[in-house]
Design a binder for this molecule. Structure first.
Ligand code: CA
Ligand code: CA
Length: 161
């Protein structure tokens, strides 16, 4: 079911319009995650390819949409997860694989704008200083400060010490 503005065809979910387990809305486009792990995308002008799901379009477990971009999480709990041998605390590394990338972003997005006690609440995402029992831009800012730092390949990065 959809309501509100439809200038970009946001209502026009491709048929068969069934078996969706999650949806995400961008500016003019919409993502739907199906129970078979594939993503459908519709609406918008697709100038940026936000509706073109990379292949193989399988194995997705979560989705998120920005204004003109889309995100899909594959595997469970941000797999692949490498053995946790981090000897340091890398702010923003939410899945303990010693680097900060889209897997961590997806975990943060999963509890976005939740408060302690909400269904979506995930305490590991409260990385703001100080912790404030809400997941918002302050936590995203901390993650962004370490964005794409990989302590496996660059252990001398100041963030990895
Ligand atoms: Ca990580
Ligand atoms: Ca916070």
């Amino acid at each position: 079911m959809a309501w509100g503005a439809n200038e970009e065809g946001q209502y026009d979910a491709p048929l068969p319009n069934t078996d969706f387990i999650a949806i995400a809305a961008g500016w003019g486009h919409v993502l739907g995650l199906k129970n078979d792990g594939s993503i459908r995308a519709w609406g918008g002008t697709n100038y940026y390819g936000q509706c073109t799901v990379p292949s193989p379009n399988t194995g997705f477990t979560a989705i998120a949409a920005g204004k003109n971009h889309s995100l899909g999480l594959k595997g469970e709990q941000g797999e692949p997860v490498e053995p946790n041998d981090c000897l340091y605390y890398l702010a923003g590394d939410l899945n303990d694989d010693c680097k900060v990338n889209f897997f961590d972003f997806a975990i943060l997005a999963g509890s976005w704008m939740s408060n302690n006690g909400d269904l979506k609440w995930n305490s590991i995402c409260d990385i703001s200083e100080p912790k404030d029992s809400i997941i918002n831009w302050k936590d995203l800012a901390v993650l962004c400060e370490s964005w794409l730092i990989d302590c496996n390949t660059d252990p001398l990065d100041p963030a990895c010490i």
